[in-house]
Design a protein around this ligand. Sequence first.
Ligand code: ADP
Ligand code: MG
Length: 746
Amino acid sequence: MARRVESARGSMPLSELLERKEARAMSSFGVKDLDTMLRFAPRRYTVPAPLRSLHDVQVGEEMSAIVSVVRVKERSMRSRRGSILEVVVSDEVEEITLTFFLAKQHLVDWHRSRLVVGKHLVVRGTVGWNSYSGSPQITHPDYEEYDDTPEGIAHAQRPLPVYPLKQNIAQRTMRAATEQGIEFAGSLAQPVPGSVLSARGLLTLPQAVTKVHVPATVQDTREGMAHLVFEEAFVLQAIFAQRRAVDARTPAPALRATGPLQDLFDDRLPFELTAGQLEIGDQLAEHVGRDHPTSVLLQGDVGSGKTVIALRAMLRAVDSGHQAVLLAPTEVLAEQHHRTITQLLGDLARAGQLDGAADATRVRLLTGSQRTAERRQTLLDVTSGLAGIVIGTHALLTEGVEFAALGLAVIDEQHRFGVDHRRRLRTKGPSGMSPHVVVMTATPIPRTAALATVGDLDVLTLRESPGMRAGVTTHVVPEQNSRWETRMWGRAAEEIAAGRQVFVVCARIDETGAGEGSPPPEAPPEQLPPTPDADGGGAAPRLEEARGVLATAERLAGRPELAGARIGVLHGRMPSEDKQRVMEDMLAGRIDILVATTVIEVGVDIPNASTMIVLDAERFGVSQLHQLRGRVGRGEHAGIAFLSTRLTPGDARSRLEQIAGAADGFALAEIDLETRGAGDLVGEEQSGLQRTLKHLDVIRDARIIEQAREDAFAVVAADPDLTAHPDLAGAIENRLRDADPDVERS
Ligand code: ADP
Ligand code: MG
């Protein structure tokens, strides 16, 4: 897309402004050149203590004063290497000593060069007491030259930026460096065109960074930051605008045919489509009917019936002479989709077979662990075009599978797929055409957050769920409380006695093995539960207790409440046939309790399951927990979910309580946004773009995001290659590289 622009103007390396060591310290937190340094926002500002006379200072107090240098004395330290620099300063009435302990001679020289006798300074620091001399002193004060004019006085009292630094560099070094850098602010790349800035009443970049780093007033800092926030939103929206511009130039098969498969399918559905499904279905049909590839995000709560909508669009592709593919994040889910779709289609899915319907097509499953013969047949059908509908895991993408005429790709549960997958899908269309792409997610993203996160997708939202869903009640169960725990298993036993089934989800497979392949992207970092010793339970063994799938299954077999229950296990490291068999047993009711990892998280549909027990619930992300509890209450029976945790009441546990209390995915998405930012709600690359946001807050800055979007789309529409906007093109390139350094862009 964008040509490789090695940044329109190379940013000035910090080595030109700073000592090597300081430059290296800054690069350790991402400040690597003038460009990043001047965009590195202070965490807050301190307003210096008011200027006062030395006569009034008190030991232990923060002070600032205007003084001049009277004497400078240097002596070596007694106990270690280095020097003590003592500088006596006076405000014409009183004197005070500034003391510096300096390990290196070059530092002594540096201070001496600035602390020349007679020079006027503003000094800031905390007053201490020198017990040798019996007089007050300030150790390692902040100081700067003072200019005795109204501007000088104001400058001396300005708010001082406090940067989010690491230990390896001092605030004052950072301040000095940015102040120096500001002299070169005119050389910075300026991604936002001047006309946009003036229309929005924003400062120019040099003005803005001056106000951010050397503000005269607190109001200045706000005006300065407003530019940086807008700039970030603008560059992000320009990325989305460019992607859409590329789509608008790419041909796609227009999937416009109606019937026969679509109509036959609708006639056979065992239920009525809801008004929402029909409406979203129509919108989707309009999208895939275009001559250019669309990227649609189809969002709706778990169980809202997205699959049927997608399936109807896929049949439209087949009716239009093309193929459709459905990608699932796990084999279990791919197999389930294959089962339901084949079932729903009936003889419509049996083309070429004796009992196949006249207009039938073939539905093929392709996963990584299929047998060779089966695979070969599938691949043949895919390449020849006989298979109108192909279902599989992303193995489908990685193995050079060639489609005869791919018109539509549907990705289920998008947060498991990256933009890389989407890009690869885009190349699988027939003769230079790009298929349409629909991604489905059960964690809906609120509108403004969607603009900032998946702004290159058109969002269609399914608001209602089919009425037959009985719904789920969620409880947080503190594991320390054995009465509650007993009650929880007791409840599970009651459900089993009533003929229902139970899921038990563990964070890992066994004690030695970690999790399930790569950790799910939204899993929070390992939080160690508090030790139970804290509440006097004196139980190291409790902590050692079995937590994995296999050990948990054993432990449950020994619980008296569950005596006689048929317990099955399911995890990602089982052979494919075993997994399939367990799912079939579960579906057929031959298993009462399925102990599993998160393989069952996404989309698994067992209508008779009524109870979901998540152990170590704090180890799961918000959307994951929502997905998990969405596995029950799917049929006519009300569901119960238990989030079992060893956490004691506190922040992390209140997150669980919030999840338990949230009515649906929409409410949860808000919680997730507030607590953790938008990164977890969206796919890999968008989350890269999100993670690397420095100034923008997708909730607080909703209005700015909308304005920036309008402006960026207008700029890109007028100049799609950004030939007249090299600084913007460079900023986009940098942004994409930072967000996803491994991906080679084309
Ligand atoms: P999700 O949006 O979570 O992917 P599904 O598409 O898996 O939801 O649908 C959940 C269940 O509801 C499935 O068993 C599906 O067959 C059923 N379903 C879908 N639409 C309707 C409807 N209009 N009326 C009744 N049941 C429906
Ligand atoms: Mg689904």
